[in-house]
Design a protein. Structure first.
Length: 123
């Protein structure tokens, strides 16, 4: 005999499902508003969610954030500057030039160009 799923467990599954399905969360959920992402931007969103969001989004409302909020206005909105920054990193951020091919970094940049700049109160 199967036991029915309790309501709390069912709600928890609904909340956690996007994490396991790779659906956008946090900064990526803000991207593009109602605009659909193209293939490159979608690939960039997935790479961002897998490699960048751990530092560049808040895991909880009450917790701190390690890296700056990223958006289309990051580094003056310059594609080349974003690409080079992601590739080379800094003392506080690893570079990804050995982890990603240039097209993957370009995809992350394309995705970031869809993320609205945060309001002054959100920073």
């Amino acid at each position: 005999m199967r036991r029915p799923v309790k309501r709390g467990a069912a709600r928890l599954m609904l909340v956690l499902a996007p994490l396991f399905l790779g659906l956008p969360l946090g900064a990526s959920a803000q991207s593009a508003g109602n605009q659909a992402l193209d293939d490159q931007q979608t690939r960039g969103m997935r790479l961002f969610n897998q490699h960048c969001r751990v530092c560049h989004t808040k895991p909880l409302l009450t917790s701190g954030q390690y890296g700056p909020v990223l958006s289309k206005s990051s580094l003056g909105g310059e594609d080349r500057a974003l690409h080079d920054f992601i590739a080379n990193g800094t003392l506080r951020m690893p570079g990804f030039k050995y982890s990603f091919v240039p097209a993957e970094i370009d995809a992350i940049v394309a995705f970031l160009k869809t993320v609205p700049a945060p309001s002054a109160s959100a920073q």
